[in-house]
Design a protein around this ligand. Structure first.
Ligand SMILES: [Zn+2]
Length: 119
């Protein structure tokens, strides 16, 4: 039994504020913008999920992320936190960015998986 496991499984978390509503969030692993100029999602291989904190629903899930949800049997409600993401077996390879844009009151959480190999 490992009582410390709850502390070892820690997903990194940061709040991000974009002063310009049109500037896209870029992947911290590869630098790719995650939206095109029409703000349509263009996920790179690192993006694990996008969660709308106001609507409280996923707007994007990678295949790996979908599998983890199915295997874990977790049900998500309310705001998505790094703690909830760590329950899917993610640790510090996952970086959750809670994005707020100027002029928008909605917040979106983008989670990037640094453990994905891109060829
Ligand atoms: Zn990337």
């Amino acid at each position: 039994m490992n009582l410390a496991s709850g502390f070892l499984n820690r997903v990194s978390y940061a709040s991000v504020y974009k002063a310009a509503s049109v500037s896209a969030l870029c992947c911290p692993a590869c630098g790719e913008p995650q939206e095109d100029e029409l703000q349509a999602l263009q996920p790179c291989a690192h993006l694990a999920c996008v969660y709308d904190q106001e609507a409280q629903e996923f707007t994007y899930k990678s295949e790996d992320f979908k599998q983890r949800i199915t295997l874990s049997g977790e049900v998500f409600s309310g705001e998505l936190s790094s703690k909830m993401l760590s329950r899917l077996g993610y640790a510090d390879e996952l970086l959750a960015l809670d994005l707020t844009r100027a002029g928008c009151w909605s917040r979106q959480l983008f989670a990037f998986n640094f453990n994905v190999n891109v060829d």
